[in-house]
Design a protein. Sequence first.
Length: 284
Amino acid sequence: MITEELLSDLKTRDSLLKYLETNIDENPMYQTAIEVYDYEQELLPLQAELVEFQRWVQKENKKIAIIFEGRDASGKGGTIKRFKEHLNPRAMRIVALNKPTEVERNQWYFNRYIKELPNAGEIVFFDRSWYNRAVVEPVMGFCTKQQYNRFMIQVPEFENMLYESGTTIIKFWFSVSKDEQQSRFEKRLNNPLKKWKFSPVDEKGQELWDDFTLYKNQMFSRTHNSFSPWVIIKSNNKKRARLESIKYVLSLFDYDNKGKNCKTILPDPNVVQRYFRNTIQLDQ
């Protein structure tokens, strides 16, 4: 038990950590507190690296589009939050589009996404992207078979044109297990501040799990290529997924002052993996 007398002795960070570590058996919550502390200690230097990276993007007029895809409750939004937390808002944007309007439904599918692509010197985070049409829309019946097939033919060409025009596309898939997804859904429903996150599509997530898997695998096999590969983030541990996805992005570029704030920015291969056609299904 932490008493007033004990608190007076725990005047430094090190003394508090030592107390928590030596008394984990007394209170398992101490282990959680230590893990959160360790996570924050690793996150802040990585975010400082992201600031250096963004400065380089601005200086060199780079165009960076980072796509976050995955099943519902896989940790996409929380990861984007940690990416952008200390960045200059004038040189980055988050794109999370609503369902298309009547006008947009009659346009070329990519039209509304083209308008959101990064300008020179800008990083854009896509909280879901044009890949809605590859998985969510066909599973939920939001597009026709013809629309789906047309998209799957056009998307590699579309991304190749972006690549040739100087836009770097990083495609993340956050992979979560079925049990972990269900657990996160239940936490959302029990949290009055997060109930808004639970949508009708979420409600179908567990019921249509195998359908999502089928279309996800088709998406990988047909849209993974050398210039915009799919990178799979194992995200049952949300904190680890956040840290390793940041490391992956930083590891791709030779920006100024790289590694100034961190001992290492190499991602953990047990968490971050490129898609290969023989990859074992990670979220089953």
